[in-house]
Design a protein around this ligand. Structure first.
Ligand SMILES: *[C@@H]1O[C@H](CO)[C@@H](O)[C@H](O)[C@H]1NC(C)=O
Ligand SMILES: *[C@@H]1O[C@H](CO)[C@@H](O)[C@H](O)[C@H]1NC(C)=O
Ligand SMILES: *[C@@H]1O[C@H](CO)[C@@H](O)[C@H](O)[C@H]1NC(C)=O
Ligand SMILES: *[C@@H]1O[C@H](CO)[C@@H](O)[C@H](O)[C@H]1NC(C)=O
Length: 246
């Protein structure tokens, strides 16, 4: 066996080991959080998000198109908020509908609020464009927890999500988040179809996503819903790229 071949093989082996290791670490983190942080709330799925050391526990219930989540992250040093958002119309911060856990200035308890992020400079406390219930927030040892349930369009098989860690607050208003790479890249797709709560008739379960097309450029819209029906409702989370606010 040539040296080159050996090198290639061992490289491939280490990549496999690394992948396995990070998957195991993520799984452990999900399990540890579920046992220690979630106050008995349970979720079917959990993903360690690729940026900001944040984790999303979630359950999608196709029976009533509801998604319940627990978003777990630590605010940046000196920061006082964390956010998880869906953008029903695009993939960036602008237009996103955000659930935010924040510690108001001078307060000690974390509160949960919803914000309409209509531009980089307009982050308004507001009801969202979809139904939200069971909104709650908590903090354990510097880690913040954001809980909530949202109604998603019945045809959705995935959502564009955005997540963030702040940043200071002014009163109950989140201020700009850091602009590191992680804070700018923390958006992506959340698959719903594969997260169905166990139902009575698995045979009539949700439709799997068609193979993923390459991700469009940053602000491209993403498709969801019935294929061939041209439902372009990119639900992109968006609490990123804030030049003024988030
Ligand atoms: C959807 O179903 C879940 C689980 O049964 C329930 O907790 C939730 O309240 C329902 N939501 C709506 C909007 O009916
Ligand atoms: C969010 O703010 C924009 C701009 O003010 C407004 O057009 C939109 O209706 C608001 N959405 C909600 C859900 O309040
Ligand atoms: C919080 O931190 C303290 C001190 O490190 C530790 O004893 C405790 O177990 C932690 N609590 C949780 C829920 O992780
Ligand atoms: C969610 O969990 C279920 C049950 O373990 C699993 O079948 C499904 O593939 C998971 N979905 C995702 C997106 O990981």
């Amino acid at each position: 066996m040539s040296i080159l071949r050996l090198l290639v093989l061992s490289l491939a082996a280490s990549v496999l080991v690394l992948r396995r290791t990070s998957a195991v670490v993520a799984q452990n983190q999900c399990a540890v959080q579920a046992n220690t942080l979630l106050s008995g709330r349970t979720y079917i799925n959990c993903t360690h998000l690729p940026y900001l050391d944040a984790t999303l526990h979630y359950t999608y219930d196709p029976a009533n198109s509801s998604l319940s989540i627990a978003y777990v992250a630590s605010p940046t040093t000196g920061g006082a908020w964390i956010a998880w958002a869906i953008n029903p119309t695009s993939t960036g911060m602008v237009g996103s509908q955000a659930l935010i856990a924040l510690k108001p200035t001078g307060g000690s308890a974390v509160v949960a609020k919803t914000f309409n992020v209509s531009s980089y400079s307009s982050i308004m406390a507001s009801p969202l464009s979809f139904e939200v219930w069971d909104l709650a927030a908590d903090e354990v040892n510097g880690t913040m927890l954001l809980f909530g349930s949202v109604k998603v369009p019945g045809s959705a098989t995935s959502l564009n999500q955005v997540w963030q860690v702040g940043g200071a607050v002014d009163g109950s208003q989140p201020l700009i988040h850091p602009l590191s790479n992680g804070n700018r890249q923390s958006m992506g797709k959340l698959e719903l179809a594969a997260s169905a709560a166990p139902g009575p008739s698995p045979a009539s379960g949700t439709i799997a996503m068609p193979p993923e097309a390459p991700a469009p450029a940053k602000n491209g819209e993403r498709r969801m819903g019935g294929r061939g029906r041209g439902v372009w409702l990119g639900m992109a989370g968006a609490v990123v790229l804030g030049s003024l606010a988030f």
